[in-house]
Structures are given as C-alpha cells and as structure tokens.
Ligand binder design. Structure first.
Ligand SMILES: Nc1ncnc2c1ncn2[C@@H]1O[C@H](COP(=O)(O)OP(=O)(O)O)[C@@H](O)[C@H]1O
Ligand SMILES: [Mg+2]
Length: 267
C-alpha cells in the first residue's frame, strides 16, 4: 500500500473525458470505444467507463457482457475495489472496461460516488473515457459531474445539432477544463451536395472547437472499417492526446463527388 502511494505519487492523474450528446444514436459509444482502442494502441492506459447505466452499452457492444464479477455499483457499495471491477479488453493490454450493467437496477449511484470511483482509478490510468446516456437528465448529470473534460458527439443532421447545442449550453454549468466537438457519420457526398453543413460550419455555428470528424462507414464499430474511418479515428486520438488538431477531411469520391466539389455547393 505504502509502495503503491509512492509509485503513484508523482504520476499525473487520468484525464476524465465524458462523451456526450443530446440525441441518442449519434455514436457516443462507438467513438468512445474506437478512441479508447487507438489511445491504448499508442501506449496510453485507458478505462472505458460505462455511465449509460442500465443499458450497459459498452460491455455489450464489446462482447464483454457479464464478463466480470463486479461492476461500478459494487465499487460504490464497497463490495470490491475499483480495479477489481475493471474488465480487460480482449487483445489490448492497456484497455479496460468499467461496466455498469447492474448498477441502475441494484443501487443508485450518485454523481459524487461515480466521481470518487474515477478519482481512485486516476493515478493508474492516462484516460477515463466516460460514455454517457443521451439527453440531459440525471444520467447525463452524473457523467458530466464526474468528468474534467467533454467531447460532444453529433452527426451533421439538424435534429442532432439542435440537441448538441442544448447539451453545450448545459455543459457550461459544469467545471470542465475543455469541451470539444466530434462530428460523426459524416457523408462526403452530403456535405459536397450541400445537404448538410460541413463539420467546420457546424463547429462554427455551435461555437466549439472541432477536434474530430468521423465518416459514416460500415463496420465502424468493430474496427472493420476501411481506411477512411481508421484514419479519422487515428487523427482524433492524436488530437485528443495533444497532438496537432488535424481532422479528417471528407472527400466525396467518384465522378459525382468530384463534380460537386468542382462546382461548389448548392445554394
Ligand atoms: N461513423 C459511423 N458510421 C457508421 N455507423 C456508425 C458510425 N458511428 C456509429 N455508427 C452506428 O450507429 C449506431 C449508434 O451508435 P452508438 O455508438 O450506439 O450511438 P450512441 O452511443 O450515441 O447511442 C450503431 O449501430 C453504430 O454502429
Ligand atoms: Mg451509447
């Protein structure tokens, strides 16, 4: 125990980053997992914390449902230590999932309790990526209150943008060191065709720094996506890690994409 403290004493604490959005289905869980995988691949020690209580998104989509004996509620209730609740991500040495599958049903977890769990894990990790539920209800509050930074995830669609704006306004009342925007499910043809705003236009309209752009691509969740999404996640991870903030530039392919680019956008 004493040794542990000395070893951890000089180490910076993990960055606690909540992934949030107003609307569901925009890709929070996907972006959290893929970003976590990339950060871990670059050598960072990462916890993917499921704060979407009850829906146990992350462990299910990672194929880790009921993989560990404990979850975050067990930690809060003192049944285990935070590290014991972590489930190793298959094939990734530095990546762990903190599940919450039973948390909602069994025991309400307060924002303070969740924050404490993260603080206890912090000295041993570089990142705690907190996957939050959609909306701005109590689940959102719990996740945001336990975080130090936020990544707001949106798609370019109008309904998602409206909800992202609402979330950004609410996030101002939290003491976050930074809030950045990830635009997910970007289709180059729709941007080029003027059917949706470009990620940069979205960031300007929402007045938030753009840190990542992820194209819409099949297989994105499983890491079976093609080169474009892979590159996009690599750029996002690098920007999150403090590298140059270079975002993926969607380029419409094929003759029609080229023509649209050449002749500009529809009014
Ligand atoms: N960039 C993308 N391209 C294609 N499909 C995506 C992309 N991002 C997410 N999806 C899919 O959209 C659905 C919702 O994503 P999810 O991450 O569960 O959203 P949320 O956590 O915000 O509810 C999932 O089926 C996921 O595989
Ligand atoms: Mg989700």
């Amino acid at each position: 125990m004493g040794c542990e403290k000395i070893r951890c004493g000089g180490k910076a604490l993990a960055r606690r980053i909540v992934l949030t959005s107003g609307k569901g289905g925009v890709g929070k869980t996907t972006v959290a997992v893929r970003l976590g995988m990339r950060l871990a691949a670059a050598g960072a020690r990462v916890v993917l914390a499921d704060a979407d209580f009850g829906l146990n998104n992350i462990d299910v989509v990672c194929g880790l449902e009921n993989a560990g004996p404990f979850d975050v509620a067990d930690v809060v209730l003192g049944r285990c230590r935070p590290r014991q609740a972590l489930v190793p991500f298959p094939g990734r040495a530095n990546l762990f999932v903190l599940p919450s599958g039973r948390a909602a049903a069994e025991h309400p977890v307060s924002p303070q309790a969740l924050r404490l769990v993260f603080e206890q894990l912090s000295p041993r990790f570089d990142y705690i990526l907190i996957d939050s539920p959609a909306g701005i209800g109590s689940g959102f509050h719990r996740a945001a209150a336990a975080a130090g930074e936020a990544l707001v995830v949106t798609t370019p669609h109008v309904s998602a943008l409206r909800d992202a704006a609402r979330v950004l306004a609410v996030l101002q009342s939290y003491r976050l060191q930074r809030v950045d925007l990830v635009v997910n499910m970007v289709r180059a043809d729709m941007v080029a065709g003027g059917e949706v705003l470009s990620p940069r236009e979205i960031a300007a309209a929402l007045r938030v720094p753009l840190i990542g752009v992820i194209p819409q691509e099949d297989g994105v969740f499983l890491g079976e996506e093609g080169g474009a999404a892979r590159k996009a996640f690599r750029l996002l991870a690098s920007a999150v890690a403090g590298g140059p903030c270079k975002v993926y530039e969607p380029a419409a392919r094929g003759l029609f994409g080229g023509l649209r680019r050449a002749f500009g956008r529809r009014p």
